[in-house]
Write a protein that binds this ligand. Structure first.
Ligand SMILES: Cc1ncc(COP(=O)(O)O)c(C=O)c1O
Length: 352
């Protein structure tokens, strides 16, 4: 607190990111990073770009990366927007598309940054409760609204919605922007990018932080109708016209070009997810079905807080949200390497 803060700063409720601990030898399963490093071709691309050209500003449109993404999804580069992590892309979406006279709708249990952006940009919102089994039910969003956003799969539950449900929502909801936040889609779902040609109010966001192992570079994207992308570009150019640096553009392009590396890394995570869910079930845990690179799980005999603390004492960090009450006993556990997952299970055995 400082007397120099404006009342606006004093009243903000910022997002609290998962801990990035400094201690070595921790098993870090709390922020959904990929357990394996990026493609060697990505590292080569960064090295090749690290030369005298760094004195020059990067391409303000990140054209090379937008073209690589467009090639990958067989769409036009004009339908692609990139930013410094999908958090920044989402921030622009909230600022530029969701400040409407009607409230924005999103799930009551979801990515907690959505509420933070509403606070930052003064956006009126209404949360829509997840149903009994913690799934999103899109028919509950049939209300007048200034926009709709939800992750698919949802975070922190990991639960996936079928594309048919999303398309049905888009058929009903034609007068406001619908954003599908696909931070985790590569681990088990079908992307709504397939629908963008048919629905001019659909925006799909993705990140290279999870399935493409590049959380440290901060690259995110949005895909949608050209007019929506143009709106986001107007916001970007009123905020920071060079958001992605040269190294990020080169690395992001190489990441989309090395599909083999992406697939094998993703498949390993999916295989380990199956293994971990099985191990948790053997120990009495109740785990939601997950299409993401994490699981959301609870044990009927132990509180979530105790388990998180007990794991931490053994050097294993997982995410425990504590609130709201409905999810107070759940842990969100990122899928690690086979070795990390075994360490987690051994640590749980000592606790149970
Ligand atoms: C649902 C969801 N959306 C967006 C993000 C932001 O990802 P990034 O800013 O790393 O691209 C996250 C990060 O954890 C997330 O869980």
């Amino acid at each position: 607190m400082s007397k120099f803060w404006s009342p606006f700063v004093r009243d903000l409720a910022p997002y609290v990111p998962g801990e990035q601990p400094k201690m070595a030898n921790l098993v870090k399963l709390n922020t959904n990073e990929h357990p394996q490093g990026p493609s060697p071709k990505v590292l080569d691309a960064i090295r090749a770009e690290a030369d005298d050209r760094l004195r020059l500003y990067p391409d303000p449109r990140s054209t090379a990366l937008c073209e690589a993404i467009a090639d990958y999804y067989r769409i036009k580069p004009e339908q692609v927007f990139v930013g410094n992590g999908s958090d920044e892309v989402l921030a622009h979406i909230f600022m530029g598309l969701f400040r409407q006279s009607r409230p924005l709708l999103f799930p009551d249990i979801t990515y907690s940054f959505y509420k933070v952006y509403c606070g930052l940009y003064g956006i009126d919102y209404q949360t829509v409760p997840l149903d009994q089994d913690l799934s999103i039910r899109l028919t509950d969003y049939d209300a007048l609204n200034g926009g709709i956003i939800f992750p698919n799969p949802n975070a922190p539950t990991g639960r996936l919605l079928p594309l048919a449900d999303i398309e049905a929502l888009l058929r009903r909801n034609t007068e406001s922007v619908v954003v599908v936040d696909e931070a985790y889609i590569d681990f088990g779902g079908d992307s709504a990018i397939a629908l963008i040609g048919r629905y001019p109010n659909l925006l799909v966001t993705q990140t290279l932080s999870k399935s493409r192992s590049l959380a440290g570079l901060r690259i995110g994207l949005a895909v949608g109708d050209e007019a929506l992308i143009e709106g986001l570009t107007r916001i970007k150019d009123s905020f920071n016209s060079y958001p992605l640096d040269r190294l990020a553009v080169a690395a992001g392009k190489a990441a989309f070009e090395d599909d083999a590396w992406f697939r094998q890394g993703r498949d390993r995570v999916v295989e380990q997810r199956g293994w971990l869910i099985g191990q948790l079930a053997e120990r009495g845990f109740q785990t939601l079905p997950s299409a993401a690179n994490f699981v959301f799980t609870r044990h009927p005999g132990h509180s979530g807080a105790d388990l998180a603390r007990g794991l931490r004492e053994q050097g294993v960090i997982v995410r425990h949200f504590g609130k709201p009450e409905r999810i107070a006993d759940y842990l969100r556990i990122t899928i690690g390497t086979a070795g990390q997952n075994q360490t987690l299970v051994a640590a749980l055995d000592r606790l149970l």
